[in-house]
Each structure stands twice: as structure tokens, then as C-alpha cells.
Ligand binder design. Sequence first.
Ligand code: C2O
Ligand code: CU
Ligand code: CU
Length: 443
Amino acid sequence: RVTADTDHYLVTQRVARVELIPGTTTEIWGYDGVFPGPTFRGRRGRRMVVTVRNELPVPTSTHLHGGVTPAGSDGFPTDLILPAGYSPAPPGHHGASGRHHDTTRDYTYPMTQRAATLWYHDHRMDFTGPQVWRGLAGLFLITDEVEAALPLPRGDRDLPLMICDRSFAADGSLKYPQRDMTHPGADGLFHAGIFGDVILVNGAPWPRAEVPAVRHRLRLVNGSNARRYRLSLSAGTITQIGSDAGLLSAPLPREDVLLAPGERSDVIADFTGLPAGTEVTMTNTLGEGPTADVMRFVITGPAADDSRIPATLATPETLDRTRAVAERRFDFRFGGGRWTINNQPYDPAATICSVREGTVELWRFTSDFHHPVHVHMAHFQVLSRGVNGPEPGDAGWKDTVDVRPYETVQVLVDFTGHRGRYMLHCHNLEHEDMAMMANFDIV
Ligand code: C2O
Ligand code: CU
Ligand code: CU
């Protein structure tokens, strides 16, 4: 539904059986009963309202990852949509958040942000890992005038690719290992998060795309619970044009692209000149066998290509360290049987700090392990990693940064947008569910 200044969408979360692995069916929990969920396309300057109806047997919360979203629509982990059919709260009852809990919910996205590849996913407290694993995730693309004016590949040459790993039982059902809540983190496998043994691209294992020998835009999204990828192509070239939260200022040639959970990379794959019949494989060089095989492009033959990679993509502001009005440290660490930030496990009622809307702060992340650190609402730029400057993969506006074991990453965070309670957390979803989250207030 479209009104003067707003695009309205309705999406229903429901149980469905779909064919992910050819020849078998899998029960999923999907937005509109599909996995990934429907791809939303927004335009800067047009508000979007998405009504989510919950027909699943469990409560949910939907978060737009990378969204510059008012706090009431951010998908706070305890701000739940109750399952339809669940016994309703007595009249006048309000939840802990003070909001009326219901089985449908309007999420308002003002769309004041720059063009970027975002994604949305479930964010229910303690259950984000299993609920995303069952299928509650999808893509959300935002365009703006700057991007629309660029001669980048478009239409069927613009391919959003949501990459995630899953495991299946012989009957086709998804396998999420049972969690031992009495000894969180005691299981070595679970300590590192949950890993699947097959890689899915837009819900399909080892898919094959027939493409002409021209430039394609690949919007790579790591929607995995815990797996990191280093993606490379067996032929052709890769040039990065965008990061998590927008276009880069200039194109960046890359050998491969490293993506931690939650991160995105917008790249141009150039297949120009490859002979018809060439099979170009996209490989995860951090995996082995089926966890190395991501997808294949089969070249159909030459075709006209009026796309280009312009030398200037956008003119994003570069944050300067002198703008930081405060410095804070957040230490991501396993302690006392929990994953913690500054030694504290998540408490939905507590806040770790208050920041002023419209200011820039220097945040320093330290860690004992691989922790993809994600900040809601506020985008950031990487100032340093270890003792060096940022690496190529750190370029541009980010909302998630992979902090490696015993590494310090410094970022400049821009808190321009909205006031309210937001969160930062590890985007390894099992770490997140085991309390590696914290709230911060923007005042
Ligand atoms: Cu993509 Cu708070 O999450
Ligand atoms: Cu987020
Ligand atoms: Cu972590």
C-alpha cells in the first residue's frame, strides 16, 4: 500500500514447508513463509512502515540491521510481538516496556539514511540464534539519488546474495544443536557459536547462476549465526564499492572479501571477456569441502554492458578523531560462564553509557576471541585495528566490525539520528544469546 509519503507493507511470520535442499522439504519459520524473507526496497526520503504479524508459536522481535531507526521500532529484544493464538494479556495490561503487547506490530523506518544494503532479522532475547537459524531473516535495500545516478550494474545484474550456513537432518529438517543451559559455553562447539555444514545463498545450497560476461553487482551479506567467510572468485575481478552502511568514496580492488556475521560488502564482479561456458566459482577460502563451496556463475556469452565503475562513488564524510567528544572502552570477554561486555552479562533494564545525539565518540573494542561487534542506530568508521591503520575491509561506513582475538579496534561512532535506548552486541548470535549485549542511551 502506498500513500503520499509512506510505503506500507504487511509481512506475516509463519511456519512453512519449503524446498531448500532439492528433493526434500524443510520446515522453516519465515517472514511470509519464505527463506530468506521478502526483499524490501526503500528509497531515501520515503518513509516505510512494515506491519509484522506473528503467526509463529513463539514471541518475536524484528530488527532492521543497519537501520537509522527510532528506538520504538528498533526491535528491542524484550519488545515482543506475541504469537497470534497465544492467550491475550488482560485488557489494559502493558508489558515491561510500557508498550501494549500485541500479535502485530508496525515498525516505522524514516529512510533518512544513505543508500546501503541492510538486512532484517529476529532479535528476541535469548533466542535470536535459533529463531534466525529457522529462517527469520531477509534483505532490505535502500537507494538514494547519489546511487541512482551512478552507472552501476542494475536490474538482473544487481544480485543481492544472503550467505549463511545451516545443517539439515536426513529428513530435511533444520538441525540446531540443543543448548545446555546449565553449562552455557561448556560445549566447545557451542562456545564458538553454531556452525552449519552447508552454505546457502538466498536459501539454496551451491546454487548456479547463468550470467553474461559483463559486470555484475554482488551485494554480499553474511547472515550466518557464527561463521566468517573469506570469499573469492575463480575468474574475473572483484572491486568493492560499498560497505555495511553505504557506498565507499572510491572503488577498492580486492583479492577476496572477509565477512564476519552481520557484515556486508557491495562489490562489482567483472566477468568481461570470459568465454561462454566458463564456470566461475565463489569459494569461501576459510571453509573446506561443502563449507568452501558457495556458488557458481556460468558464463552464457558476451553481451552489451553500459555499466562502469566510476572513480568517485559517493562523497561520504570522513570522521576525524578530533571530533570525538568522549572515549570509551568495551571489552568483549568470556567470564563467569557467560559472554560479557565490560564483565557484565546483558541486563535489559541496565545501560552501559549515555551519549549525546548528534555527537561523535571514539569507542575502543577489545576482545578475547573473534567477536563481530555491532552497534544499533549509529554508524561508525574504523580508525585503527591493532597497531596498524584500518585494513581494506574496514573501509567506509560500518555498523559491524570483526574484532579478532586479543585485538583492539578503535572506531569513530556518529550518534546522529534518534534519541532513545539502543544496543551494542556481539553478532555471533550464540554469544548474543548468552548475554554478550549491552544497552546504551542516546540523549
Ligand atoms: Cu543484526 Cu542487534 O543485530
Ligand atoms: Cu542491528
Ligand atoms: Cu562474540
